[in-house]
Write a new protein. Structure first.
Length: 118
C-alpha cells in the first residue's frame, strides 16, 4: 500500500478529502478503508472505488445512489488506472448540496488528487 496523494475540496462548508492509493490486493483496499474509518470517526461518508488485478469494487457509503462510488469508478476506468484505490472522506457542513453538486464535489476532489501526481 502506498499513499500517492491527497486533495481537499470544500463547498458550502462540506469538506471532501480524496485519498489516492496504489494497492496490490482487494484485502489491502479493505484494510485502508478500515484505517480511514478509524481516522475519520466524525466523517459522514467515505465512498470509494478501486480496481486491482481486473477486480473492481465501489460504494456510495449511504450517499444518494450513483453520486459517489460509480463516478469514482468511472474516473479510474476513463484514466485507464489499475491497482488503485480512491476514497473520499466527507465531512458534512450543514447544507445539503443536492445530487449534482455532490457528484461534482466527489469527482473534483478525486480528479485533483490524481492530477497532482508528479
Amino acid at each position: 500500500m502506498k499513499l500517492l496523494n491527497t486533495y481537499t475540496y470544500e463547498i458550502k462548508k462540506s469538506k471532501f478529502i480524496a485519498y489516492y492509493y496504489e494497492i496490490d490486493s482487494t484485502e489491502e483496499a479493505k484494510n485502508i478503508l478500515d484505517i480511514l474509518k478509524k481516522e475519520h470517526k466524525k466523517a459522514k461518508h467515505i465512498p470509494y472505488a478501486y480496481k486491482v488485478n481486473n477486480t473492481a469494487s465501489k460504494s456510495d457509503d449511504k450517499e444518494p445512489t450513483n453520486t459517489a462510488g460509480l463516478p469514482l469508478y468511472n474516473l479510474i476506468d476513463r484514466k485507464k488506472l489499475d491497482n488503485v484505490l480512491i476514497a473520499v472522506v466527507r465531512y458534512f457542513g450543514g447544507t445539503k448540496l443536492g445530487a449534482g453538486n455532490l457528484l461534482r464535489a466527489y469527482i473534483e476532489s478525486a480528479n485533483k488528487a490524481i492530477e497532482k501526481m508528479p
